[in-house]
Design a binder for this molecule. Structure first.
Ligand code: ADP
Ligand code: MG
Ligand code: MG
Length: 309
């Protein structure tokens, strides 16, 4: 159409939340494109101030600091919304996704820095402060209750997907319609690029197989052991933790989840990695609009499960 013919492709990149964030969209002119992109990145910076587990003063860390106080703590809409999605996914995945793993995640980060495998007692101690059922949400008053002292929330498993969704909302508010937002491998797509059938997205199973699809109005998230893991005694542990054991996944899993919502896609990619192929087959039945490509490897064992057509 005529209006599409007047639009140009713009691309912006910025390191955020510890990952490269890339924004591609079509807009009428440079000034709209620049202000829209800057506003989208500003929105993500604001979210990072709320959600970062690296900043003591972030809203999420201040909430965790009140765990065990017996108080319901009022929180921002952003924090409430992300915790509500997280709790919903935890329930539907039987706890494979768990945003209360903070004490365990912190313990593993510390162990990785020192190169020392944690003692069993340390793991048990950290694990005793986890469990998504210890977090309660009051959706009317937007308040959160953390029942046990020492709890620590960690939304690293869905934060980038949430950031991507929020950035897309900002771009849409500038009248931009064809958007690809890639937040460190968590991708949200709106309308196809003008004159095309979709955004050409290539995903890989981590070894030999590639798939390219023309996609629009959908989100995809990939989780994999490519660069974030701990190696000890020749064994590789993923930064994704099994909430049942408190130990990083030993399976080398690579998971791509596709879902209408970026936050859900991100959480599902993490949850499917934990659950593995057999359990994930039951979980996906609860997410009829979602699809998955999951590859498990451990020694000689390799299994590939793909519901993308
Ligand atoms: P990445 O963001 O590194 O691409 P993920 O989306 O899978 O990968 O998120 C991994 C992060 O999620 C970890 O670094 C940790 O902060 C957190 N996490 C680890 N295990 C779990 C789990 N079982 N459920 C929810 N979050 C987790
Ligand atoms: Mg992460
Ligand atoms: Mg994730």
């Amino acid at each position: 159409s005529l209006s599409h013919a007047q639009e140009s492709r713009y691309s912006f990149e910025k390191g955020m939340m510890g990952s490269p964030f890339k924004l591609v969209f079509y807009a009428k002119n440079d000034s709209i494109a620049n202000i829209a992109a800057q506003s989208a990145f500003k929105r993500i910076e604001k979210l990072n101030e709320i959600l970062s587990d690296y900043r003591d003063g972030s809203e999420i860390n201040m909430l965790s600091a009140q765990s065990g106080s017996g108080k319901w703590v009022p929180v921002s809409d952003d924090l409430f919304n992300i915790l509500a999605i997280s709790q919903d996914i935890s329930k539907k995945t039987d706890g494979a996704f768990d945003a209360t793993l903070g004490p365990v995640v912190q313990m593993w980060r510390h162990a990785t820095r020192k190169g020392v495998f944690p003692q069993e007692t340390e793991i048990r101690e950290a694990m005793s402060k986890t469990g998504y059922t210890k977090m309660k949400l009051d959706s009317k008053a937007k308040r959160v209750f953390l029942s046990q002292k020492g709890m620590r929330l960690d939304i690293g498993g869905l934060g980038k997907g949430f950031a991507a969704e929020e950035a897309v909302k900002v771009l849409k508010s500038f009248g931009i319609k064809s958007i690809m937002m890639d937040a460190g491998g968590k991708i949200v797509l709106t309308n196809p690029p003008p004159g095309t059938k979709g955004w050409n997205i290539t995903i890989s199973n981590g070894s030999d197989s590639l798939k390219t699809m023309a996609l629009s109005h959908i989100a995809l998230a990939t989780s994999g052991p490519t660069y974030r893991y701990m190696e000890y005694n020749g064994i590789r542990y993923s930064h994704i933790v099994d909430p049942k054991t408190g130990i990083g996944l030993l399976f080398h899993v690579r998971t791509t989840a596709i879902s209408p919502d970026g936050t859900v896609a991100d959480a599902l990619a993490t949850a499917f990695s934990v659950a593995g192929i057999e359990k994930s087959k039951k979980i996906i039945a609860l997410f009829p609009d979602s699809k998955v490509w999951l590859v498990e490897k451990q020694g000689e064992h390799v299994a590939d499960w793909n519901t993308l057509e």
